[in-house]
Structure formats: structure tokens, C-alpha cells
Design a binder for this molecule. Structure first.
Ligand code: FAD
Ligand code: NAI
Length: 468
């Protein structure tokens, strides 16, 4: 009889967990994955990346038609919003993709253990009334919404909602206040702005999109303002009270000062996410979390407890699906005795607004401090100078390439462009291969494409762009 029921048991079937499970099974390991949701795919497929992109994509079409942007191209239309149908196509996308993971589990012979998993000991996990043993256990429990003290989210009622509630609103709010000018606030705020809501973003810091390059943050702020989003920066929300269908927010300058009130018929709380580690029985295996509630791991995703590894949103690093997926592949490879590598210095991030905002590597501010030679070179090209963007009536944004002043090795790339999320993949690949800005500049790019802006921004690092 085998010593354990499974070679590997993964808790959580988000992009970290389900990818780890499939790769482990591909590598010949007997694999189980515990998931408590009714469908596989985690936050990403059920209430995150996929449904938000479904609403962003559909609302972008509506906005293009409603705002008259298409008139410029000779297309005269007066759209009517069918919000039920828009939600329908979102649910469809989620159903198909989560069903697809179930199919992949069956195909790869991954056992789905349905229910909440918790540790009995380092090699034993309880799911419902049953216990299952495994040689290695991987924690991939992801994250959930950070609550704002004193603010009660009620997604059913739809007045004060989190990202999950904001994806499901049955009607377009008149006034929406978004608490937190981060990725979720701007993506979901954009959806409802496009569909007709007036949107105000209240942000604690003095600028939106913390963590991104300063130039990008300023330019994004201007673009969203032009689109009609209002801001209250350096402002904190101290309370929200709800009466019937109206919420009243109490705001205060972040540095302290006089209070003001703001009314809204919908409030979106999007002030970050926190790792899911409660109820996992970590105390039964003596595993502690750090100050941010994350599980610390080494380069092989091993925790401080033998036989227990962790990946994805519940470990340090950006809370992004592709980072979780790559860690899922790598952890399975380590468990199978191979070498699994994730280069955490080259993880792109994308905000899927219009235009999209994307970056990889260091910001200009970080590069000034960390450049190996102590100095940097920067090349920038406005999208207005890119023939395709100009022809498509997409003048906003720029591409910026940051490289080390001596070696010319690329340290970071940032773009704001309609297809920045697609463009950033090339920059990530270049950086992964240790490219210099000259390597990018001398790589032939198809014409006319938005990607030529990356080539020209790289040429601008040498001071020689053609179209500027
Ligand atoms: P999760 O996807 O959170 O999955 C963890 C799973 O574990 C969950 O299904 C949960 O039910 C299960 N679980 C937890 N505890 C237990 C337990 N004890 N027993 C059994 N099961 C358990 N990232 C991007 O890269 N691009 C985007 O466009 C993007 N958009 C987003 C939009 C929104 C609105 C949100 C909220 C997030 C978005 N993200 C995006 C972030 C992305 O969803 C996460 O980074 C990603 O899902 C993390 O993957 P994970 O596998 O670590 O965890
Ligand atoms: P976030 O960390 O991106 O932004 C939260 C914002 O709220 C910050 O700007 C912060 O300063 C602000 N804030 C915090 N407390 C506040 C307060 N009391 N009052 C006002 N502002 C306050 O978090 P968000 O937007 O909730 O997203 C969570 C995570 O989900 C992201 O960090 C990202 O990892 C992931 N995500 C990724 C997406 C993508 O890749 N396109 C899309 C959506 C989410």
C-alpha cells in the first residue's frame, strides 16, 4: 500500500492551484486539488480577471458607440444598453472557462476534492468529514477583499459593494463613489462610467495607481479625468452610512482636517486584497504568517514546515493571476524533482482600461536607485507619433524604455496605449533574455503596429527615434 493517498495535494483551484495540479499530473504525480467553490478557476475565473474583462470589453463597445467616437470613422449609431444581455455574456464566459478547467482536471486525472480543506498535520488535510494524506501539500488559497473598518459591504443590496458586487449591479448607478484608486477601482469604475454613471474616485494617496511609474500615474490620471472620472486625492473615507438606496460617505483629508459628506447610490470598496489563511488550520502545523498575513516561502516555494509549500496570492509578491500560474508550474516542477524558475523581477502588470496601462521591471524612480551603473537612460515615444495609433484615433499615452546608462540593459518598460497589455509581452521577453535597448531598436517590427512605438522608444534611448 502506498504511504500516502496522493503524491501532491493542492488546496485551492485558482490560477495558482489549478495550474500546479495540471502540471503535477502531467509530470506523472498522483494529484488532488481541494476547492470549496462550486466551480474551479478561483477568484480569477469566477469573480476577477475574466468577468471584469467581459464587462470592460462590452462596455468599451457601448462607450465607443454612445460617445460619438465612432462617428469620426463614419459609423453613425445610437446604442441602446441591454444590461441583462451584457451580464449574460459575462456569465457565459465564466461558465465556459470554469467548465474548461473541470474538463482539464478530468483529462489529466486530477482528483477534485470538493469542500474546504484544513490541515490536520503537515501531510494530512481534512475536507468535510474525510481526511486525505499527501507527500507534499501546496497552499494556493488566494486572497479576498480587504474590508474597510466601519464600512459594511452588502453585495445583495447593491449600495455598498466590493468587486464581486460591482460586477453584478442590476442597474447602472447614477453616482458611483469608488474607494481606492487602484486597479480594481479604475477598471470597474471605468465600466460603470462608460455605461452612464458619474464616477468619483476617493484615494488616500496623492496619486492613483500606486506602485506604477510616476509618469504613468500622472498621465493615467489626466486621461481618466478627460473621460469624466472625478478624483478626491489625499482623502480618506472615515465612514459610510446607508439609508434606503442612498449611501453617505464621510471624507477627511488624509493629513487630517475638516470632514465633508458625499452622497452616492453605489459605493465600491476597492482598497486591496488580503491573503486567505484563516480556517486553514495553520496552527496545527506550526506555520505562521508574516505581518501582512502572507505565507513566506523560499525559491522552491517551501514554507518553514517540511512537505508544505505555498504559491499565488497568499505568498509575497504582486497579486496577479499570471504570477500565480507561473508559480503553479514551478512548484509542481520542484515537487517532481525538476527545477522550476519564476523570475520575479520580470512580471508584467496591466490595467485593462482604455487605453490600457502596462509595465514590467523597474519604474524610473526605482531604476535611478537600483541601476547597476548608478545611472539610467530613458527613451519615450508618445503614441501620437505612432502611425497606427494615430490612424485608429487613439492619440493618448506613450511608451517609455528605461535602461542602464552603461550596459544599456533594459531595466523597465512602461506603456499607456490601447493595446499596452499585448505590447508589454515583447518587453518582458526582451528583459527575460537580458536585452539592451539597442536589441529592441534593431529588431524589425511589423508596420503599421502599436508595437513600433516600443521599437521607437528604444531608439529614443539612443537619442535617435525617426518619427519624433
Ligand atoms: P485565487 O484565484 O484566489 O484562488 C484561490 C482558491 O482557493 C479560491 O477558489 C478559493 O475558493 C479556494 N480556497 C481558499 N481557501 C480554501 C480552503 N481552505 N479549502 C478549499 N479551497 C479554498 N489578475 C490579473 O493578473 N489580471 C487581471 O486582469 C485581474 N483582474 C482581477 C479583477 C478582479 C475584480 C479581482 C478581484 C482580481 C483580479 N486579478 C487579476 C487578481 C487575480 O484574480 C489573482 O491574482 C489570482 O486569482 C490569484 O490566484 P490564486 O490561485 O493565488 O488564488
Ligand atoms: P490596489 O492595491 O490596486 O489599490 C487600492 C488603492 O486603495 C490604493 O491606491 C490605496 O492607496 C487605496 N486605499 C487604501 N485604503 C484606502 C482608504 N481607506 N481610503 C481611500 N483609498 C484607500 O487594490 P485593488 O484595486 O483593490 O486590487 C487588489 C489587487 O487585485 C490588485 O493589487 C491586483 O493585484 C489585483 N488586480 C489586478 C488586476 C489586473 O491585473 N488588471 C485587476 C484587478 C485586480
Amino acid at each position: 500500500m502506498a504511504e500516502y493517498d496522493f503524491d501532491v495535494l493542492i488546496i485551492g483551484a485558482g490560477p495558482g492551484g489549478y495550474v500546479a495540479a495540471i502540471r503535477a499530473a502531467q509530470l506523472g504525480l498522483k494529484t488532488a486539488c481541494v476547492e470549496s467553490r462550486a466551480t474551479l478557476g478561483g477568484t480569477c475565473l469566477n469573480v476577477g480577471c475574466i468577468p471584469s474583462k467581459a464587462m470592460l470589453h462590452a462596455s468599451e463597445y457601448y462607450d465607443a458607440a454612445a460617445s460619438g467616437a465612432m462617428t469620426k470613422m463614419g459609423v453613425e449609431v445610437s446604442p441602446t444598453l441591454n444590461l441583462d444581455a451584457m451580464h449574460g455574456q459575462r456569465r457565459d464566459a465564466v461558465e465556459q472557462l470554469t467548465g474548461g478547467i473541470e474538463y482539464l482536471f478530468k483529462k489529466n486525472k486530477v482528483t477534485w476534492l470538493k469542500g474546504l480543506g484544513s490541515f490536520v498535520d503537515a501531510h494530512t488535510v481534512k475536507v468535510g468529514d474525510a481526511t486525505h494524506t499527501a507527500k507534499e501539500v501546496v497552499i494556493a488559497t488566494g486572497s479576498s477583499v480587504t474590508p474597510l473598518p466601519g464600512v459594511e459591504v452588502d453585495n445583495e443590496k447593491g449600495v455598498v459593494v466590493d468587486s464581486t458586487g460591482a460586477l453584478e449591479l442590476p442597474k447602472v448607478p447614477k453616482n458611483m463613489v469608488v474607494i481606492g484608486g487602484g486597479v480594481i477601482g479604475l477598471e470597474l469604475g471605468s465600466v460603470w462610467r462608460r455605461l452612464g454613471a458619474s464616477v468619483t474616485v476617493v484615494e488616500f494617496l496623492d496619486q492613483i495607481l500606486p506602485g506604477m511609474d510616476e509618469d504613468v500615474r500622472k498621465e493615467a490620471n489626466k486621461i481618466f479625468k478627460k473621460q469624466g472620472i472625478e478624483y478626491k486625492l489625499s482623502t480618506k473615507v472615515t465612514g459610510v452610512s446607508v439609508r434606503g438606496k442612498t449611501a453617505t460617505l464621510t471624507l477627511e483629508p488624509a493629513a487630517g482636517g475638516e470632514e465633508e459628506a458625499l452622497k452616492a447610490d453605489c459605493v465600491l470598496v476597492s482598497i486591496g486584497r488580503k491573503p486567505n489563511t484563516e480556517g486553514l488550520g495553520l496552527e496545527n502545523i506550526g506555520l505562521e504568517t508574516n505581518k501582512r498575513g502572507q505565507i513566506e516561502v523560499d525559491g522552491q516555494f517551501r514554507t518553514s514546515v517540511d512537505g508544505v509549500r505555498a504559491i499565488g496570492d497568499c505568498v509575497p509578491g504582486p497579486m496577479l493571476a499570471h504570477k500565480a500560474e507561473d508559480e503553479g508550474i514551478a512548484v509542481a516542477e520542484w515537487i517532481a524533482g525538476q527545477t522550476g524558475i519564476v523570475n520575479h523581477d520580470v512580471i508584467p502588470s496591466v490595467v485593462y482600461t482604455m487605453p490600457e496601462i502596462a509595465g514590467v521591471g523597474l519604474t524610473e524612480e526605482q531604476a535611478k536607485e537600483k541601476a547597476p551603473s548608478g545611472a539610467i537612460k530613458v527613451g519615450k515615444l508618445p503614441m501620437l507619433a505612432n502611425s497606427r495609433a494615430k490612424t485608429n484615433h487613439e492619440p493618448d499615452g506613450f511608451v517609455k524604455v528605461i535602461s542602464d546608462a552603461e550596459s544599456d540593459r533594459v531595466l523597465g518598460v512602461w506603456c499607456i496605449a490601447s493595446v499596452a497589455g499585448t505590447m508589454i509581452a515583447e518587453a518582458a521577453l526582451a528583459m527575460e533574455f537580458g536585452a539592451t535597448s539597442e536589441d529592441i531598436a534593431y529588431t524589425c517590427h511589423a508596420h503599421p503596429t502599436h508595437s513600433e512605438a516600443l521599437k521607437e522608444a528604444a531608439m529614443a534611448v539612443q537619442g535617435k527615434p525617426i518619427h519624433m
